[in-house]
Design a protein. Structure first.
Length: 314
């Protein structure tokens, strides 16, 4: 029992972190003093030492069943809401994320394409693959819904049309979640908790309930929470309220265009190197919109997000 163990950070409140050691074994740990101190120093070092949900850590046991986090292992990836070096410092939402899953309902609530585009841009800006889930197809004309989201498939995103209630289309999603760290996001009421319960039965995956208990805690900041999925290959799902906040501050405005994957083949055709694809002559992106190669609604999303970004940074 007196051995250091490796684990994954599931959540943290008020300096106490829940660390998953595997096979459902979860301990509470605090940061070792020296790590904590380094964290308070400014600049880059503090960014790398800031602990996040999803971080792989080495924990040391104490004499009285208490654990301390002795080391943060190198990160494979991260999901952040602010660019490093911005005025308020990077806002790290989760570490070691493999993919972002954006979930909407076909109806009830009505899908919000601008919000979908915003989530996808955040995934792209963090260089994370994204997939889209459209739930509740039992309530709509499935063909019409498929046509509505076809531009996203053409842009290269996997789109899963499912009905959790009728257990339609769930197997590919189960396989996509299994063994990976996924950020699952989308408006409330679209069926995220239902999806997890249906694809990974037997686990205590009441996402809403867990988030609520954190909100009710003494420490008012609502952080990200990671859930361990049951099953041999493991897999984790991150619920991060921070992703649903408004604003897109993680992206410099001149990098927004590459966050729309279907724009990329056309960017070299713009006459001006710093083309914003708004009113400039000889714009490859607008030409592609005119030819129907870029979906007009996605282009309009780009324009609106660009305006948001420029007003945020001024
Ligand atoms: P969350 O807030 O995203 O976690 O959404 P929930 O999982 O709590 O689901 C919200 C509501 O949608 C619940 O009343 C579910 O029963 C319902 N729901 C979930 N999936 C489906 C579906 O495929 N079809 C229909 N008709 N309702 C669903
Ligand atoms: Zn252009």
């Amino acid at each position: 029992m007196n051995e250091a163990r490796k684990g994954v950070v599931l959540s943290g409140t008020g300096g106490i972190w829940r660390v998953h050691l595997g096979r459902g074994d979860v301990v509470e740990a605090s940061m070792r003093g020296r790590l904590k101190k380094a964290r308070e120093q400014s600049s880059e070092e503090s960014t790398t030492l800031k602990l996040a949900v999803g971080d792989e850590v080495r924990v040391d046991p104490g004499d009285h069943g208490d654990w301390t986090i002795a080391e943060i292992l190198p990160r494979r990836s991260k999901l952040a809401r602010r660019a490093p070096g911005s005025a308020y410092g990077e806002r790290l939402l989760a570490a070691n994320v493999d993919q972002v899953i954006v979930m909407f309902a076909a109806i009830k609530p009505e899908p919000h394409p601008r919000m979908l585009d915003r989530f996808l841009v955040i995934a792209e800006a963090n260089e994370l693959p994204a997939r889209i889930v459209i739930n509740k197809i039992d309530l709509v004309d499935a063909k019409k819904t498929a046509a509505r989201f076809a531009p996203y498939e053409r842009a290269g995103y996997p789109v899963h049309h499912v009905s959790v209630a009728n257990r339609v289309g769930l197997e590919p999603l189960h396989d996509a979640l299994d063994g990976r760290v996924s950020v699952l996001t989308g408006p409330s009421g679209v069926g995220k908790s239902s999806l997890l319960n249906a694809t990974f039965p037997g686990a205590n995956l009441r996402v809403g309930e867990i988030s609520e208990s954190v909100q009710k805690g003494r420490h008012t900041t609502v952080g990200s929470i990671m859930l361990a999925l049951p099953g041999a290959s493991g897999g984790f799902v991150v619920d991060t309220p921070g992703l649903r906040e408004v604003g897109l501050s993680a992206i410099p405005s001149d990098r927004l265009d590459v966050c729309f994957p279907e724009f990329r083949p056309h960017l070299d055709h713009c006459r001006f190197g710093d083309c914003k694809h708004l009113a400039e002559p000889g714009c490859g992106v607008r030409d592609a919109v005119g030819r129907g190669e870029i979906d007009r609604a996605r282009y309009e999303s780009y324009c609106m997000l660009l305006a948001d970004l420029e007003s945020e940074s001024s």
